[in-house]
Design a protein around this ligand. Structure first.
Ligand code: F6P
Length: 342
């Protein structure tokens, strides 16, 4: 059996742990051969491969990023994309493909499996934790730890100057990172994309925090938006590579707070720091288990399936189950956390 592996979409701490789990178990227990495809779907599309065997995965467990490279290339939007992928898989004599990715990468994987008969197994990945069908995705825990540490540090500088510190974290469509790091870091306001926020209410929380002689920390997810029409985000504008760009809600909010409360405010945008570097122990554990179960799926010929975490078990679900809708923060969970606002 010859198995192809690719990592697509935004990179994420733990990708290398998945690759290592797949290759170690596949070679040691089943005697499989592996081929790495470079840069997500670009690899099979262009026949760009990288050698993948046990020496190639040695020492990569704690390394962030992905040794295979990643991209957001979508073969379904390329001329003859499916044909080119099929030809290159045949050329490399690939029997099965493991696609490790988020919504977009897995969306392609589901269609290749369901509509074009390509033997694909999916592994869910995103720091945003917004994929359905799995309790957690790896990368999320690392991102939350990084954001929490940043919030802890911002508390002390905010208090020294009695300023408002606005922290913008990742999360275009779902506020999981904001919610978890905001709660863990003791933020005074948490704003998420799932619920439009009222700037006056945010200012009231900020003011009440100052009254208690504390400097407020406001955690805002990059996709959060205000309720009223006084701000129009250049929502989902595209950069020159065709990638989605959001427009800096953190900076905007800090200005509004200064204007409306008369208090000095600063913004920290954590950005890609949340995605880089070494994975947490939890993410290494989850990613490794996903890798081990993905190669078992290949052995069992269960294609069109994705591995997922349910409680402490790893289960198999149709890939489409994860990509058909996003897992967002529900209202009751947000309400629960809001007791700490202000
Ligand atoms: O989906 C993961 C993610 O990190 C989002 O939270 C963020 O909005 C996006 O990727 C950033 O993408 P890029 O690396 O293309 O700027």
């Amino acid at each position: 059996m010859r198995v192809g592996v690719l990592t697509g979409g935004g990179d994420c701490p733990g990708l290398n742990a998945v690759i290592r789990g797949i290759v170690r178990k596949g070679v040691q227990e089943y005697g499989y051969d592996f081929v790495g495809f470079r840069d997500g779907w670009r690899g099979p599309l262009e026949g760009d491969t990288v050698h993948l065997d046990i020496p190639a995965v040695r020492g990569i467990l704690p390394r962030g990023g992905t040794i295979l490279g990643s991209s957001r290339t979508n073969p379904l939007q390329q001329e003859n994309g499916i044909r080119r992928i099929k030809d290159n898989l045949a050329k490399e004599e690939i029997d099965a493909l493991v696609a490790i990715g988020g919504e977009d990468t897995l969306g392609v994987a589901a269609r290749l499996a369901d509509e074009y008969g390509i033997q694909v197994v999916g592994v869910p990945k995103t720091i945003d934790n917004d994929l359905s069908a799995t309790d957690y995705t790896f990368g999320f825990d690392t991102a939350v730890n990084i954001a929490t540490e940043a919030i802890d540090r911002l508390h002390t500088t905010a208090e020294s100057h009695m300023r408002v510190l606005v922290v913008e974290v990742m999360g275009r469509h779902a506020g999981w990172i904001a919610l978890h790091s905001g709660l863990a870091g003791g933020a005074n306001v948490i704003l998420i994309p799932e619920r439009r926020f009222d700037v006056d209410q945010v200012c009231a929380w900020v003011t009440s925090r100052f009254k208690a002689s504390y400097a407020p920390i406001v955690v805002v997810a990059e996709g959060a938006q205000p309720k009223d029409g006084d701000m129009v985000l250049k929502d989902d504008s595209l950069d020159s590579f065709g990638h989605v760009r959001l427009s800096g809600v953190g900076e905007w909010l800090a200005k509004q707070i200064e204007r409306r409360t008369g208090k000095e405010a600063r913004t920290t945008v954590l950005g890609h720091v949340q995605r880089g570097g070494t994975p947490s122990a939890f993410d290494r554990w989850l990613a490794t288990r996903f890798g081990l179960h993905a190669i078992e799926c290949v052995r069992d010929g269960e294609f069109g399936k994705m591995v997922a975490l349910r409680g402490t078990d790893i289960v198999r679900v149709p890939i489409a189950e994860a990509t058909s809708r996003l897992k967002t923060v529900d209202a009751s969970l947000y309400e629960e956390v809001s007791v700490f606002f202000g």
